[in-house]
Design a binder for this molecule. Sequence first.
Ligand code: FAD
Length: 463
Amino acid sequence: MTTARIDIEGLRAAVDGEVITPEDPEYQAARQVWNGCFDRLPAAIVRPSSAAGVAAAVRAARAQGLDLTVRGGGHNYAGHAVADDAVMIDLRVLNTVTVDPEAKLAHCGGGALWADVDAATTAHGLAFTGGFISHTGIGGLTLGGGMGWLTMRYGLSCDNLAAAEVVTADGRIVTASAEENADLYWGLRGGGGNFGIVTRFSFTLHELSPLAQLAMLWWTPDAGAEGLAAGRALIESLPEGYCAAVFAVCGPPAPFVPEQYQGQPGFAVGIAGFGAPDELEAVLKPLRDAAPAPAWELVTPIPYTALQQMFDEAAPHGFYAYEKALYVDDLTDDVLAPIIARYPLRNSPLTIVPIFPLRGRYSEIGDGETAFSGPRNPCWVINISAMTPDPTGFSTERQWVRDLWDELRPHANSAATYVNFLADNDPDRLRESYGDKYSRLAALKSTWDPDNVFRHNANISPA
Ligand code: FAD
């Protein structure tokens, strides 16, 4: 039972949307976030339907002395979107996406999910980088950076942010762009939800065929080292415009996977292109020549929207999840060896180690241009991600993540991590992740949120 004293009628009068309290039947479902580890009891959940409603909710919560949290898609591993006794400002109603094909801009509500964005943009043959799971919120993902299939082609999601409409800690509505509030615009591109609530993101779009060509090749652990080494070599020399990812992943229960490999550990290389199928085969040739034959493969044309959804079912809401990540400059054999040795030792078939190449357009962007918490030289981010359907076995799986991370740590190129992959509240690691940018972020926080109203996030303390 929440213990916060709250003037619900005052909140209802202020906000132009639903206000859900513990007495309401929807409360139990509305307080859930994606990670089932968090069973928290907010004092109320408000669902404003406009930026003005969000601003009113911020002012009302502050006037009542209540803590507040912001829920975009609710996917944060650390469960930042919900807190005991706080007012949750749930942005789900603000999910409209409008595309201006002439200006090549997408205007997206702050509570939109990637599925909303991808559907709207690909209808015009346009796209920009979004996450790998389409039910993730664009809010948290973009504000922390945003990696996906298109990172090598178009940089991070935040690199494509042209402007944002922001509700500030004192309940004003401002615009952030290169021309207006440029300091805030810088901080929003990587600094997380620290500086305000974004009610509208405007993204720059790029022409992209709505049909991708995908190749996913999967090897059993005995062939993993050779398969991944060949995959690494291919990814490092991919022609411009191609996209890639590497995975330690169990064979999914899918028709294209022979039964004996379903649920079994293995290692995969995924390459996506947007040209003709024979172009993709030509690109794959060096990999096929160098690697042992995969145990199974999926080589197929696939709508870009389906590519964006292909892992959705493997990351359902409500499961128990934990992750740790690090950056390495090179995916050397020494880096791959512990992953290949340890992956078969985890218990859950849903536990996965996605490894994303950060190169191409990603590393053409200057380190200081955005607040992003990672190096801009060509490198890789290794995300060790555990998931179990229920609490049984979760702590063992979490320990498996920590052990692998400890073994990989000496290979990291810095003390940084991608803040969106931080499941632990670890202020030191957060500071290390932003490195030299931290003091600029702390100063920005003092300007835009001196009282740390937006503190349920990867939190930067005001300077
Ligand atoms: P929420 O939990 O709703 O919010 C997270 C934080 O962002 C909170 O602090 C919240 O206050 C703040 N926030 C959210 N929306 C707004 C807003 N509009 N204005 C201000 N603050 C806001 N990351 C990648 O880069 N690439 C991936 O492919 C990827 N895949 C993922 C897959 C899964 C299954 C999960 C669980 C996570 C994945 N992530 C990925 C990590 C993801 O970027 C973060 O979890 C991110 O925080 C999710 O954003 P959200 O809006 O869904 O989360």
